[in-house]
Write a protein that binds this ligand. Structure first.
Ligand code: PXG
Length: 290
């Protein structure tokens, strides 16, 4: 496997960052998780744009243009013979001193890993997920805005630990007002009648790229789409629920805090959206091989 690091494609064993890198010392950096389907990188432009927005928010200069980053991702996929894969894009503040002052860092590291995709077990998609709300609330947007996809994921990891302790795979995080924000690595949706609902971004959700695609697919399919504040009561009384994310794609949710959602089986609209999403991922994206 070849890793892109600072403009070079090097063997995995040689792809190393300094222990003084502030990405390692402080989680000072940004990242993206992207997927390739059928020889194409899905929504690459959108992911690269979000990476640059995350970087801008933390005043991190990325030493490439967005177009150069797109070309670097495609090239990294090509040399690794990726047809279906998972791409991790990382930009760190670079090596500095032990103090947290970012001005001491001058050499941002740009890393691109293009690996085989590790799919979730297919049973999860057929049976649906059981998830719970957890005590750890989502970061305040006035503190570390959840829109920034930073290397500091401890907020989400704490919630994931709480989900694991509760014996489930994923956690619903509320914000400090008690409204639903998102899950640890996925956005959350519910369906009631012919309406698709997901929390507004300011409730503390990442501007998910899958979230956006699904909202468009839903509208095209005649569902109404709204982004109101959602309470746990709204979740418990929904007809259907699912999560969206680059890794998970669209995964049905069948219980929340032990309350059955709808019939307790993946819903019809959810299944319809899964089909449409699969059709789209298999037929669009930035070509790796021309
Ligand atoms: N919320 C959070 C906190 C995320 O980290 C999403 C929502 C969904 O966003 P996208 O743009 O992917 O639809 C994410 C993305 C992993 C992994 O390894 C997690 C994500 C992406 C890729 C891999 O768990 N989360």
């Amino acid at each position: 496997m070849k890793i892109y690091i600072d403009g070079q494609l090097v063997e995995k064993e040689d792809a190393k960052v300094s222990v003084f890198d502030h990405g390692f010392l402080y989680g000072d950096g940004v990242f993206e998780g992207i997927r390739a389907y059928n020889g194409r990188v899905f929504k690459l432009k959108e992911h690269v744009q979000r990476l640059f927005y995350s970087a801008k928010a933390i005043m991190l200069d990325i030493p490439l243009s967005q177009e150069e980053m797109i070309r670097a991702v495609v090239e990294t996929c090509r040399v690794n013979d990726i047809k279906d894969g998972y791409i991790r894009l990382i930009v760190t503040r670079g090596p500095g001193t032990l103090g947290l002052n970012p001005n001491k860092c001058h050499d941002q590291a740009v890393i691109i890993i293009a690996d085989k995709i590790q799919l979730y077990p297919p049973e999860l998609y057929q049976k649906g997920l059981e998830i719970v709300t957890v005590p750890t609330t989502r970061n305040l947007h006035s503190a570390l805005n959840p829109a920034i996809k930073s290397l500091n994921y401890l907020n989400n990891i704490l919630a994931k630990i709480e989900a694991n302790i509760a014996g489930v795979e994923e956690a619903i995080m509320l914000n400090s007002d008690g409204f639903v924000a998102e899950c640890t690595g996925d956005n959350l949706f519910i369906i009631r009648n012919d309406t698709l609902l997901t929390p507004p971004l300011y409730a503390g959700a990442l501007r998910g790229i899958t979230r956006n695609v699904v909202m468009n697919l839903a509208e095209e399919s005649g569902l109404k789409v709204f982004e109101p504040n959602l309470t746990r009561y709204d979740l418990y009384t929904a007809d259907e629920s699912f999560l969206t994310g680059t890794g998970a794609e669209i995964i049905p949710v069948v219980t929340i805090d032990k309350r059955k959602i709808g019939t307790g089986e993946p819903g019809q609209n959810t299944k319809m959206l899964i089909e449409k999403y699969q059709a789209l991922t298999n037929s669009s994206g930035e070509p790796i091989y021309t």
